[in-house]
Design a protein around this ligand. Structure first.
Ligand code: 6R9
Length: 663
């Protein structure tokens, strides 16, 4: 006890006195980028980005780096042709066919070591299987798969055929899956019988059953199996096709990678926005893959010899760019782990790091806070030596950063805090690890070629490095950016561009990408990200829309009206609190509360479960009837209420606050 007490004191003292941390000399000496001239090269806009495109093999070289004639519908590397699966698999065969591409560990301890040659065979067979059931170029294939090798194999098989994949995180519910299948006009769903989570084989295919009953479309369903055969506990419908049977028919078959236009879509990734409907962010083949590969090389410092472990889920953008596409394009060894970090014990992560001798480790601040809560004793005694560590997805508090630095990095690894989004395809604000000093809590400088700025609410640009907070925008296009919102160009413009651009202009310099985040541009030039300014929250690094949560809650018969706000949470960053007015005659009860929580689980997924459900008589509303969520958020976070004079009934928030305090 006393030991950790002393340590805390020491940590805090250090934190107070030390603002910057230098990258270790041994890191700098071997880094992929150690010359600041890189920033000058990328100042040549847009040609600097050719450096990333040159990391790939192209079937046809591009004619033009950027066609910006029709903003914000930018086109990258136009005239170029390539295939993403070829770039992540085939081209490595000459030099490293026996090297491990994917190192997979099941939660139950099962291991698979998939070499580039194995990956080549599996991707080809799966591509042949998909082709045999009718998948053609440009067909959207929806993947509802957990962290098993079948997921990257199926993604790369789709890419080989030129069929965009739309991966839906396995934790999403049947309803969320159905919604995404319909929205993407998808006629194929690929799922699995089950997967392990905390020692239990979850029946996963039942979500496909329910989704197929709900969806308007009637897609063909393919089912992988977690073991050689379907698990006894799971019932797979006769209407579905077993992947194993298809693969048996296509053993050793080869499928030529389809040459895709640089601008042809590689995938869709649904994410939450400010309305109830998720947006299908559409990513192009050439620009996206170039950007994922380039940032993997320069920011993550990946070399083919490395063992690299990004402990995110491939079901989110981080896993797409930095487990699958970036690392495999560079020909490295990428680790995948199926399960929970505390199963069967809280040292599982460090056990894996030691076993596979991981060099580069990538995780979220939520995970760091959890490791910190469990305590350093779960790390001690494991023999691993990271040279590079990354955080992504949320702001990291300096305390958590320092703990990560000391207890996981042994004060001998670099840490990069990478800010980016589903929409951006790859890192936009992050230090290059050998070039800049680390500053806990700050994402750092813009990545090469990226030009962020802060605007006040009137759209006026703040003085650079003024130390003030504003709306974060990106002034120049970059190759990793989304092409559009699938099937909805108007929404693309309204969500990301309209607020801070001159939408009548054909000149791209009049267009600014709105990130939706607030940030401070510090006096040293580093950016500190403050979090979302819109109705989007970040729960344990998972992005959720307030409107999606509210519409899920409103599905419950007993609910007359609901408002969802975010509450700060020491481990998860944020959690949703739900304020509900019940219908006339409905009594408050735990049963009703359970129904509300259940509705969120059914509509979105268990990961979105509300932390609190508060029954209220009224909600704070303006005279025009708009719910003032900000006031509820202040109540949830025990902050001053602030201005209530514009409310129809200014006494409402105080009544709610007294009630919440009494509960
Ligand atoms: C990659 C990813 C995007 C939102 C983004 C911001 C938050 C991401 C961050 C960060 C502070 C960082 N965010 N990285 N906040 N520091 N380093 O997370 O994509 O799921 O789309 O979320 O996450 O609020 O706008 P996505």
């Amino acid at each position: 006890m006393s030991d950790s007490g002393e340590e805390d004191v020491e940590l805090e003292a250090r934190l107070r006195e030390q603002e910057y941390f230098r990258p270790p000399a041994k890191f700098v000496g071997q880094a992929n980028v150690s010359d600041p001239a890189i920033y000058d090269r990328f100042e040549e806009f847009p040609d600097g980005f050719e450096e990333y495109a040159n990391l790939l093999d192209w079937d046809e070289t591009w004619d033009q780096v950027l066609d910006a004639s029709n903003p914000p519908f930018y086109e990258w590397f136009t005239g170029g042709e390539l295939n993403a699966s070829y770039n992540c698999v085939d081209r490595h065969l000459d030099e490293r066919k026996n090297q491990t591409a994917l190192l997979w560990e099941g939660e139950d301890g099962e291991q698979r070591n998939i070499s580039y040659r194995d990956l080549y065979r599996e991707v080809n067979e799966m591509a042949a299987a998909l082709r045999s059931i009718g998948v053609e170029e440009d067909d959207v294939v929806t993947l509802h798969l957990p962290m098993v090798p079948a997921l990257p194999v199926t993604m790369l098989a789709c890419a080989r055929l030129g069929a965009p994949h739309s991966v839906v995180f396995a934790g999403f519910s049947a309803t969320a899956l159905a919604e995404r299948v319909d929205s993407a006009d998808s006629d194929y769903v690929v799922t699995i019988d089950g997967y392990y989570r905390r020692g239990e084989l979850l029946d996963h295919v039942q979500k496909a059953d329910a989704a197929m009953a709900e969806a308007d479309r009637d897609p063909e369903v393919l089912v992988w199996t977690r073991h050689d055969e379907v698990d006894d506990s799971v019932d797979v419908s006769d209407d579905y096709t077993m992947v194993a049977d298809l693969l048996d028919d296509h053993r050793r078959e080869r499928v030529d990678p389809v040459s895709r236009d640089a601008e042809d879509p590689l995938f869709l990734m649904y994410t939450s926005g400010t309305t109830g409907e998720p947006k299908g962010c559409q990513h192009r083949t050439g620009g996206y893959l170039s950007y994922a590969a380039g940032t993997s090389k320069y920011v993550l410092d990946i070399e083919p010899e490395d063992t690299y472990w990004c402990a995110a889920d491939i079901g989110w953008i981080t896993g797409h760019s930095y487990i699958v596409y970036g690392p495999l394009a560079l020909g490295t060894t990428s680790v995948m782990y199926e399960g929970a970090p505390d199963h069967p014990h809280k040292s599982r992560t460090w056990e894996i790091a030691e076993k596979y001798d991981v060099d580069i480790f990538h995780t979220s601040p939520t995970a760091v806070r959890q490791f910190m809560k469990w305590g350093a004793e779960y790390v001690e005694g494991y023999d691993f030596d990271f040279r590079h560590m990354t955080t992504v997805g949320e702001p990291i508090q300096p305390e958590a950063w320092l703990w990560y630095y000391k207890h996981i990095g042994g004060e001998d690894a670099v840490i990069v805090d990478t800010w980016w989004q589903t929409e951006t395809g790859g890192h936009l604000i992050t230090n290059l690890p050998a070039l800049e000093d680390m500053k806990p809590g700050s994402a750092g400088l813009p990545a090469p070629g990226i030009e962020p700025a802060l605007l006040d609410d009137d759209g006026e640009e703040l003085e650079p490095a003024s130390g003030r907070a504003g709306n974060l925008i990106i002034k120049k296009p970059w190759p990793g950016m989304l092409q559009t919102v699938y099937g909805n160009d108007e929404r693309f413009i309204s969500e990301y561009w309209e607020d801070f651009s001159d939408t009548d202009s054909d000149d791209w310099t009049d267009w600014n990408y709105k990130a939706g985040d607030g940030a401070v541009h510090e006096r040293d030039g580093y950016f500190r990200i403050l979090g979302r300014l819109d109705d989007v929250m970040n729960v344990a690094g998972h992005r959720l829309g307030t409107m999606e949560l509210e519409s899920a809650v409103s599905e419950v018969q007993d609910v007359a009206e609901a408002a969802v706000v975010s509450r700060d949470h020491t481990e998860k960053g944020e959690v949703p609190d739900v304020y509900v007015i019940l219908r006339e005659g409905v009594e408050e009860s735990d049963e009703v509360r359970q129904r509300i929580v259940g509705a969120v689980e059914d509509e979105i997924g268990k990961f979105a479960r509300p932390a609190n459900v508060v029954f209220v008589d009224d909600l704070p509303k303006t005279r025009s009837g708009k719910i003032m969520r900000r006031l509820l958020e202040n109540i949830s976070n025990d902050k001053d209420l602030g201005d209530t004079t514009t409310l129809r009934d200014p006494s409402v928030p105080e009544r709610i606050r007294d009630q919440v305090k009494a509960d």
